[in-house]
Write a protein that binds this ligand. Structure first.
Ligand code: SAM
Ligand code: DTB
Ligand code: SF4
Length: 320
């Protein structure tokens, strides 16, 4: 029987080497361990549902190599101005009726201006008053901005570390890893819960995936919400022809995130539309307990609501 790796004492951190050891385990040992950790910290067979809405689409100044919304690449995504409050509220109401618990609003910004934040603050309090949890992802935040969002009733701020510090420069040059860590710190200090995860399938190595997980798991405290995105390869982006990540390698990444961040809500995020039902079931076995729910992510597709309902039903899973 292989040794079970457990979380080091709270004084020491997860090392990249210890996470790499997890990723190298026999798949079934890893899945078994991850599901045990999952059941120690979460109700079995449950899934949290978040619905996404792009409130400001396209023409982003950043050069994230995976992103269809960057103005550096010709992807056919058209710029749209910030949505009106009524449109946002209508989408939030529809999400609630479909059974979503959280409504996440995303903007293709490097960082919001104060005036843009005025509008987002209104959206957050209006969505919150529908009885939904609120999340926004607006890029980097300046001092004072997290507090404004918290005062409006924001529950979560999403800002991903995306990949390991070593691999990061191959994918994004217009903002640094340190910029991202500082935004997360500012959000945390304002008392907003942190949603931060990454994206795999960028051509990173297993060690670099371990590096991403180490960064997330060693945040003190680690994020309450951790999205794991599988690259959606979009024509026109530099990563359009990246070879897809091996499916078991993806599942291993989910399992390692579960073991190292036991209490986090772990979201099987972008890339589900390209995954089989069997693959998604394996990800749930590995400890994923959340999905994006609704026909669209930001600019790319997500499974139909009816399809997801049927999948959860077939797996005997239910929403929180
Ligand atoms: N503009 C904001 C920012 O980047 O800080 C927020 C929105 S951005 C689209 C949020 C995350 O979506 C990225 O950090 C990345 O992990 C994920 N993402 C973007 N494009 C993706 C793609 N093609 N496939 C998978 N995930 C993607
Ligand atoms: C996250 O980690 N994934 C979501 C959300 N946070 C904002 C975004 C996925 C975007 C996928 C590509 C698109 O639809 O544009
Ligand atoms: Fe802009 Fe966010 Fe896309 Fe990067 S991931 S190009 S910051 S929208």
């Amino acid at each position: 029987m292989s040794a079970v790796l457990s979380q080091p004492a709270s004084t020491s951190a997860w090392t990249v080497a210890s996470i790499l050891q997890l990723l190298e385990k026999a798949l079934l040992d890893l899945l078994f361990q991850a599901q045990q950790v999952h059941r120690d910290h979460h109700p079995a067979n449950t899934v949290q549902l978040s619905t996404l809405l792009s409130i400001k689409t396209g023409s982003c100044s950043e050069d994230c190599g995976y992103c269809p919304q960057s103005r550096h690449y010709e992807t056919g995504v058209r710029e749209e101005r910030l949505l009106d409050l009524e449109k946002v509220l209508a989408a939030a109401k529809a999400a609630k009726e479909q059974g979503a618990q959280r409504f996440c609003m995303g903007a293709a910004w490097r960082s919001p201006t104060e005036r843009q934040l005025d509008d987002v603050v209104e959206m957050v309090s209006a969505v919150k008053s529908l009885g939904l949890e609120t999340c926004v992802t607006l890029g980097m935040l300046k001092p004072g901005q997290p507090k404004r969002l918290r005062d409006a009733g924001l529950d979560y701020y999403n800002h991903n570390l995306d990949t390991s510090p070593e691999f990061y420069g191959n994918i994004i040059t217009t903002r640094t890893y340190q910029d991202r860590l500082e935004t997360l710190e500012a959000v945390r200090s304002a008392g907003i819960r942190v949603c931060s995860g990454g994206i795999v399938g960028l051509g990173e190595s297993r060690r670099e995936r371990a590096g991403l997980i180490a960064q997330l798991a060693n945040l003190d405290p680690y994020p309450e919400s951790v999205p794991i995105n599988n690259l959606v390869r979009v024509e026109g982006t530099p990563l359009a022809d990246a070879p897809p990540i091996d499916e078991f390698e993806f599942v291993r990444t989910v399992a390692a995130a579960r073991i190292t961040m036991p209490k986090a809500v772990l979201r099987l995020s972008a890339g589900r539309a390209e995954m089989s039902d069997t693959m998604q079931a394996l990800c749930f076995l590995a400890g994923a307990n959340s999905i994006f729910y609704g026909e669209e992510l930001l600019t790319t597709g997500n499974p139909q609501v009816a399809k997801d309902k049927a999948l959860l039903e077939r797996l005997g899973m239910h929403s929180l």
